[in-house]
Design a protein around this ligand. Structure first.
Ligand SMILES: CC(=O)N[C@@H]1[C@@H](OP(=O)(O)OP(=O)(O)OC[C@H]2O[C@@H](n3ccc(=O)[nH]c3=O)[C@H](O)[C@@H]2O)O[C@H](CO)[C@@H](O)[C@@H]1O
Length: 373
């Protein structure tokens, strides 16, 4: 009898990192078949990250962003994914998060009436302009989703208020914690030669404020030459060019290429704290006991803010300088934010998701699935 076939669609770096534990969980079972579809949205960032989990894309659609408009990219992704679904005839499609690739995967599955499962379901800011276009994507994805894998109870509660039936929601934890533990279990702790903090900036809505944010980082580095700023620069030209022109000549700002996931985790573990606009880093840093200063006005990850592990500081340069210098100078402030453990997961999201998929597809009955949290 043919095993049910699941297509796991990834488009970007964070999707690859968060989908890897799901694929590992699915492939640990002998009653399902899981294939990875790489859309090509982050052409050069997906395969290397999957490789760290021993995975390679099974299907590569090659639809790179290449400067197209959002609508242009979405059209190309929909067409390529529709053809892929018509050929692979999956029993279930899984997507992660809120990107164009995740949205196109949900929509193309819906159009073919193939069930869609959403990893990291239920994240909302209630602001369609922030993050743009991700908030719209994830709300629309929810309409096309059969199985909602919510990382936390608050995400599950939000889905319930949107009318999603309880038996379609499972609280799994965020699979990024699975990925983090996969790496830390294979890494020797390193003692940093110099004190540092990790800085990343990549969001679409950060572009307009990028000059102010990067100028603030430069002011901090010049004021504290004893502290290194470790800044893996996102390849998006909107950030890459600015970073090098504004910060390239400051000795204690270490501009690097995008880091492989294990190297990013090692840099985070060696840092005093993290300053970022990244969603994933807001989830990972608390698990490593690292305070997070979030360069956003709103966040769909309020659990870390409410626990005191993260602080929303927005994009105003003076505030960034003030809050970052405070964490540099005050070990007590850092200790108060190092809550120990992440509210986002226990490292078993992949296994829970795989069990839920197997049960849904009738591949296995009555699987006890313990929810996270
Ligand atoms: C609105 C929003 O928040 N959306 C998020 C966005 O993801 P993001 O904001 O987390 O994106 P990034 O920050 O680019 O990636 C982060 C991952 O990459 C690792 N990393 C980073 C730099 C590096 O040099 N090397 C690395 O390995 C890092 O540790 C982390 O795991 O889209 C995802 C997909 O839908 C969503 O899930 C997610 O909600």
């Amino acid at each position: 009898m043919r095993k049910p076939v699941i297509l796991c669609v990834v488009g970007t770096r964070p999707e690859a990192i968060k989908m890897a534990p799901v694929v590992i969980g699915l492939r640990a079972r002998d009653d399902l078949s899981a294939l990875i579809v790489s859309t090509g949205q982050h052409r050069d960032l997906v395969a290397p990250q999957l490789a760290h989990f021993g995975l390679v894309p099974d299907i590569d659609l090659g639809i790179a962003a290449d400067g197209r408009t959002l609508a242009g990219q979405l059209g190309r992704l929909l067409e390529a994914l529709d053809t892929c679904l018509a050929t692979a005839l999956p029993d279930l499609v899984i997507g992660q998060g809120d990107t164009l690739s995740a949205f196109a995967a949900a929509l193309s599955a819906f159009y073919r009436q193939i069930p869609f499962a959403h990893v990291e379901a239920g994240l909302r800011t209630d602001r369609l302009d922030s993050p743009f276009p991700e908030e719209m994507h994830r709300r629309a994805i929810a309409l096309a989703t059969r199985l909602h894998f919510a990382p936390t109870r608050s995400a599950a509660n939000r889905l319930a208020t949107e009318g999603v039936p309880a038996d379609r929601i499972l609280i799994t934890g965020n699979s990024v914690i699975d990925a983090l533990f996969h790496v830390t279990a294979r890494q020797e702790p390193t003692r940093a030669a110099r004190a540092s903090f990790l800085f990343t900036l990549h969001r679409r809505e950060s572009v307009d404020m990028a000059d102010d944010i990067l100028a603030a980082v430069g002011r901090i580095a010049l004021e504290r030459p004893d502290i290194d700023v470790v800044y893996p620069v996102h390849p998006n030209p909107a950030f890459h060019d600015r970073a090098h022109s504004q910060l390239g000549r400051i000795a204690n700002v270490r501009l690097t290429q995008p880091l492989d996931y294990p190297d990013l985790v090692a840099a985070m573990a060696a840092s005093l704290f993290v300053v970022t606009d990244s969603g994933g880093l807001q989830e990972e840093a608390p698990a490593l006991g690292k305070p997070v200063l979030v360069l956003r006005e709103v966040s769909e990850r309020m659990e870390a803010v409410e626990s005191g592990a993260a602080l929303l500081i927005g994009t105003n340069g003076d505030r960034i300088v003030r809050e970052t210098l405070r964490l540099i100078d005050c070990a007590d402030s850092r200790a108060r934010m190092a809550i120990g453990g992440s509210p986002y997961g226990d490292g078993r999201a992949g296994t829970r998701i795989a069990s839920a998929c197997a049960r849904y597809l009738g591949a296995a009955r009555d699987i006890p699935i313990d929810a996270f949290g």
